[in-house]
Design a protein around this ligand. Structure first.
Ligand SMILES: *Cc1c(COP(=O)(O)O)cnc(C)c1O
Length: 817
């Protein structure tokens, strides 16, 4: 009898593939095999735990209560089983795939469709090959509709998954970054994802985002295709309003002309989450759910909120505070931060994950395995849940350093002895444990003013740049000037997996990056004779335009027995560095002829690409640069990477991309000038936020701050912010700049002092001491554009960002839903 028949007749379609999972009655244990995993080692364990069947590729004895079945390959057997079950329970099935938001969309749909009788949703984020097979086997003949999440892997597995799932409907949430998903390009991700929908029958449909990369594949589908925002048969998202309360209102017009306002508890900083939820509303419409039901479900919806903050203490501890919520998915996510800091000592402080029910032991063991795999140096656990992880870790690594504490106080005391400057400390635990007190111990966030950098938005900008660039263009990120005032090490650590190369101005900056484990190629703009040995030692890529330094570099490289890649800069009109065009060939030939050097790059720099009036000049610079490329080529010299564009040119002239672009300001979603913002839409991840330190009332006619630059014109309430020109504000911001408190403008009045800034809150009676004031940037849906502030001061945004003093605490955020 075949395997399926046997399992069905014994009511044994409950598949277990990991003996640490709970064994339901009549479970069949599949001993999977992998390159680093042999499930057959756990067969006896499974038998003890009450498995009814043991499916394995090895011959094992049966026992009276437990039948052993031998198959050629357990994974294929599981796949066949799931396919067969799917064939016999042909309920309509919606498959959700996409890079982000799959689980979010599935959970939201479950809520909307909760009145649909017999709805089946795949559990948790069961979206791997095995997870999908197990989910399919959970479908009962009585289910009326199934919703299944399907993950993508780089290996071209989607076709196989599609054959198993056989969806009737499909939805693709979005296409993420190729670099994050291990694909060669976004086009490749798109292609792989669309495989899932290939065999959807004609009476089915697929809902897609408005994404040009999907167009070709969509045309080849047999079923109907709906594109969000483009199809008149779908609801239309007219606008989204983000409220100060952390909610957003979606204004939706239905195809029959009716209008609805749907309120969702999503902060304005996450417009992409609103988009995902709107997709859910479109699906509901296609399934015939009325708008009233959608509105009701949205009201009940609670996103799995999650936020991680990264601080650096004054003594150099790096604290990753992820103690807002604690569950398996976010625990896994926060542990990945260690990968960004390969050379630091790693400490994980863990308070466990509540509310896991029967999965409790299993999930805490999984965390221990991951901690061990990531080579965490010290594991500190607290509480009864944390103990579960401690015990597993000790059994996996008997010599590993791990300490367990029953309460938070002894943990705090011990952490002071254990933690050293330079360590990376990831703190994870349920909110109520208040593990973030550890950060306070290290005085990591005592500063009254914080400069927030949202890494999620940074990631979004990288993706937007990649989409904007000509295919195949390399992306160099300039992280000179402490990454434009944000902190070079943090930004480089975060970006190193996502960009091709870094650039800095001085050798010292490159040394710091290398010291902190940054292995990527680094371009150095200015190299002097005394630097050459360091350049060779750290394998940096110097920019050169002078024969003398070229010779010294060659000698240093030869001394060290290395070959150095150099970039030859041409001055096509910038008037700063670079060789005159008439001398470039001679220099290029010299470099080519010298031992120890490779002419790797040819570069130039625009002087006025941010000024549309000067476009003819910029085009002339490009023409000169191209002529030089030709000239070198005709002499048999072709540098591997030609590059010219910084933010403004890269945004505005696609002809300037050549082989690589060098982006600085544009990573931060800040525009050098208006004409640049017309060419590319980015998100600003930056926010300078201070707290009201004191409030005073004054009668009419009272002078405020130095030199009586402001005299109250009415009875006034003045709030003082603990930030001043020492921190990088300018004295003249009192001549018209307003900070934003609770979504309302509060003008700076009088002169900005060295350490304090007075703002007028007379019209904001609700403002109290401790209230948050957004000085510039974007914060919780409030906007105070840096570009406008620069215009008011008569400077460019670059200057404002770079001026921020070290006194201000930088806090990196990774918000997630
Ligand atoms: C600073 C700099 C850049 C980056 O400029 P942005 O306008 O910030 O993108 C690129 N190339 C060179 C040579 C630079 O000096």
């Amino acid at each position: 009898m075949d395997l399926y028949q046997t399992l069905v007749e014994n009511n044994a379609l409950n598949i277990v593939t990991d003996t640490r999972e709970p064994f339901p009655e009549g479970a069949a244990f599949f001993a999977l095999q992998g390159p680093n995993y042999d499930g057959s080692l756990f067969i006896e364990d499974a038998r003890r735990q009450g498995a009814r069947f043991l499916v394995s590729s090895k011959e094992v004895p049966s026992s009276p209560s437990c039948e052993a079945i031998c198959v050629a390959d357990t994974r294929t057997a599981l796949q066949d089983l799931a396919s067969e079950h799917r064939r016999r329970t042909p309920i309509p099935l919606l498959a959700i795939t996409g890079s982000n938001g799959k689980t979010l969309l599935k959970d939201f749909l479950a809520l909307i469709l909760s009145e649909t009788k017999g709805l089946f949703c795949s559990p948790g984020s069961y979206n791997s090959f095995i997870g999908i097979a197990k989910s399919l086997l959970m479908i009962k003949p009585g289910n009326a509709l199934g919703v299944i999440e399907v993950g993508v892997s780089a290996s071209g597995e989607m076709g196989e998954k599609a054959k198993m799932v056989k969806p009737n409907y499909g939805v693709l949430t979005n296409i993420g970054l190729a670099h994050f998903e291990g694909f060669g390009s976004r086009r490749a991700i798109a292609k792989e994802k669309m495989e899932l929908f290939k065999d959807i029958p004609e009476d089915g449909w697929v809902l897609l985002p408005d994404e040009p990369l999907l167009k070709n594949a969509a045309q080849q589908l047999k079923c109907k295709v709906f594109i969000v925002g483009r199809d008149e048969r779908l609801p239309r998202l007219e606008s989204v309003q983000h409220l100060q309360t952390g909610k957003s209102v979606l204004f939706i017009q239905y195809p029959d002309g009716s209008h609805y306002e749907v309120i969702v508890p999503i902060d304005g900083a996450f417009p992409e989450v609103c988009e995902t939820l709107f997709m859910g509303m479109c699906i509901a419409h296609l399934f015939g759910v009325t708008p009233a039901v959608v509105v009701g479900a949205a009201k009940r919806y609670r996103p799995p909120q999650d936020r991680m903050e990264i601080w650096k203490s004054e003594r150099g501890h790096l604290l990753v505070n992820d103690a807002y919520s604690s569950d398996p998915v976010s625990a896994h996510a926060c542990l990945q931060v260690f990968k960004d800091y390969p050379s630091a000592r790693k400490i994980f402080v863990f308070g466990g994950m509540p509310e896991l029910g029967s999965q409790k032991d299993y999930e805490h063991r999984i965390v221990a395995e991951e901690v061990s795999r990531l080579n965490v140096d010290i594991l500190l656990t607290v509480g009864t849940l944390g103990k579960l992880t401690h015990q597993t870790f000790k059994s996996l690594k008997p010599n590993g350093v791990a300490f367990h504490y029953d309460g938070i106080e002894p943990l705090l005391v011990a952490s002071e002895d254990l933690i050293r400057p330079g360590d990376v400390i990831v703190i994870k635990g349920p909110h109520k444990l208040k593990l973030d007190q550890i950060a306070t111990r290290f005085k990591a966030h005592l500063s009254k003013t914080a400069y927030y950098i949202d890494l999620g938005r940074l990631e979004y900008n990288i993706k937007t740049w990649r989409d904007h660039l000509k295919p195949g263009t390399r992306l160099l990120v300039m992280i000179k000037a402490l990454a434009y005032g944000s902190d070079a090490i943090q930004i480089a650590s975060f970006l190193q997996q996502h960009v091709d190369q870094f650039g800095v101005a001085y050798i010292k900056e490159a040394v710091t990056l290398r010291q902190h484990g940054i292995r990527k190629d680094i371009l150095v703009q200015l190299v002097m004779e005394e630097d050459v040995d360091e350049v060779v030692r750290l394998d940096l890529q110097p920019v050169v335009f002078d024969l003398k330094i070229v010779k010294v570099l060659s000698e240093a490289a030869v001394r060290a027995g290395r070959v150095l890649r150099v970039h030859l800069e041409v001055d096509t009109g910038m008037g700063r560095f670079g060789a005159d065009p008439s001398r470039v060939l001679e220099l290029a030939q010299a470099i080519d002829g010298l031992p120890g050097l490779t002419l790797y790059g040819l570069m130039t720099h625009f002087s006025s690409a941010d000024d549309s009036q000067s476009d003819p000049f910029s085009l002339e610079q490009m023409r000169t640069f191209e002529k030089i490329q030709e000239q070198l080529k005709s002499c048999g010299l072709s540098p591997e990477v030609c590059h010219a564009a910084a933010t403004a040119a890269a945004a505005r002239f696609s002809d300037s991309h050549y082989d690589m672009v060098r982006i600085g300001l544009g990573i931060y979603g800040v525009y050098p000038a208006d004409c640049v913002s017309e060419a590319i839409r980015l998100k600003c991840p930056l926010a300078l936020v201070s707290k009201v330190a004191s409030i005073k009332e004054y009668p009419e006619g009272h002078p405020i701050s130095y030199n009586r630059r402001y005299i109250t014109t009415r009875k006034s309430r003045i709030a003082y912010l603990p930030i001043g020109y020492h921190d990088g504000l300018a004295r003249r911001w009192g001549d018209g700049w307003s900070v934003i408190i609770d979504g309302k403008k509060a003008p700076i009045v009088g002169a900005v002092c060295m350490d304090f800034t007075p703002v007028d809150v007379t019209d904001l009676p609700e403002v109290t001491v401790g209230g948050e004031a957004l000085i510039f940037g974007e914060w919780h849906g409030q906007r105070n554009p840096i570009e406008k502030l620069a215009a008011l001061e008569g400077t460019i945004p670059y200057e404002i960002l770079c001026r921020l003093s070290e006194r201000i605490q930088r806090i990196y955020l990774r918000n997630r839903y």
